[in-house]
Design a protein around this ligand. Structure first.
Ligand SMILES: O=C(O)C(=O)C[C@]1(C(=O)O)C=C[C@@H](O)C=C1
Length: 310
């Protein structure tokens, strides 16, 4: 049976994302009848895939308000290579959940996931001025702690309240309207889902400490009209003050121009890590598709066979 680790416990946004992936056209067959196993952190979920305890992990990847989910990025950049096979996106709105009978004035400790905290901080400052915000491993872990009495409130999906017997003090709370989080389905390396024409590719690489090395690497993408949807740098944690660059680009490794760019990056960078090519979710920011090189490739093929049709 297929096993999927996810950032739990039940009721997290990641749990909802996994439900979505179970019915998504690209992943329903992969996940048919899969057993979902909660993990405490993205790192732990990915470690379960690396050591064979799970076939896949569903983990948060990018939030439209707070940016890259660093614990996921860092865990994907280090250790045995894993691969992203799919993504899904969810609207992120929070319920402020309390035990029945708790009034706003009673809330002293509100405990939630750090990225959730970043999305409700202003609302809490105005509406729960006596509350001290603390962080925990996930929104639903915060809901469990409220139910157990070690915190007074959490900011979490409404479903985490239903699961834990909590009631909403407020609903649809979000400092920035329209926030979304992108989640990815990660497995051990294998053939990507085929090119759809609306795809994303992720790579991580190091660079030599030389003038222009970053510009030269990015030039390999810009001269090929490849659109980037995310770029960031994170410490390598191996050598002090050295960085790994994380880049998401529009296109699939089966797009000739993307393959060409990856080959060029392989030459320009150190330890290029391919983290997958997968179909984009329906969301905003899908970017513009890479240029079609098929005519040029047909021309090259013709030349190889002794004909020039131009
Ligand atoms: O704690 C959860 O519910 C999660 O699924 C994690 C997570 C995240 O890491 O970004 C997911 C969506 C929200 O942006 C807040 C928290």
């Amino acid at each position: 049976m297929v096993t999927v680790a996810y950032l739990g416990p039940p009721g997290t946004f990641t749990d909802a994302a996994l439900h979505r992936l179970r019915t998504d056209a690209h992943t329903s067959a992969l996940l048919a009848g899969a057993e979902a196993v909660p993990a405490g952190t993205p790192d732990e979920a990915l470690a379960m895939v690396r050591d064979g305890a799970a076939d896949y992990a569903c983990v948060p990847f990018e939030n439209s308000v707070d940016g890259t989910v660093n614990p996921t990025s860092d865990a994907l950049a280090a250790g045995q290579r894993l691969q992203i096979f799919a993504e899904t996106e969810l609207d992120v709105v929070f319920s402020i959940l309390v035990r029945p009978g708790t009034a706003a004035a009673d809330v002293r400790v509100l405990r939630t996931h750090p990225i959730a905290a970043a999305q409700v901080r202003r609302w809490v400052g105005v509406n729960l001025p006596r509350a001290h915000m603390e962080t925990t491993s996930s929104t639903a872990a915060g809901a469990e702690q409220v139910a157990a009495g070690s915190a007074d409130a959490t900011a979490a999906p409404a479903r985490a309240g239903e699961i834990n017997g909590l009631v909403p003090l407020a609903e649809n709370v979000a400092d920035v309207g329209g926030a979304r989080t992108r989640f990815v389905l990660v497995g051990r390396p294998g053939p990507p889902i085929g090119r759809t024409g609306h795809d994303r590719t992720c790579v991580v690489f190091g660079l030599p400490h030389e003038p222009n090395s970053l510009v030269q690497a990015l030039t390999e993408l810009s001269i090929r009209d490849i659109d980037l949807t995310r770029i960031g740098s994170r410490p390598t944690r191996v050598e002090r003050f050295t960085y790994l660059f994380h880049v998401d680009l529009v296109g699939h490794i089966d797009d000739p121009v993307v393959a060409e760019a990856l080959a060029a990056l392989h030459h320009r960078t150190a330890d290029l890590r391919f983290l997958g090519s997968w179909p984009v979710a329906d969301g905003v920011g899908a970017g513009s598709a890479p240029p079609d090189r098929s005519e040029a490739l047909d021309w090259i093929d013709g030349l190889r066979h002794g004909v020039d049709e131009r």
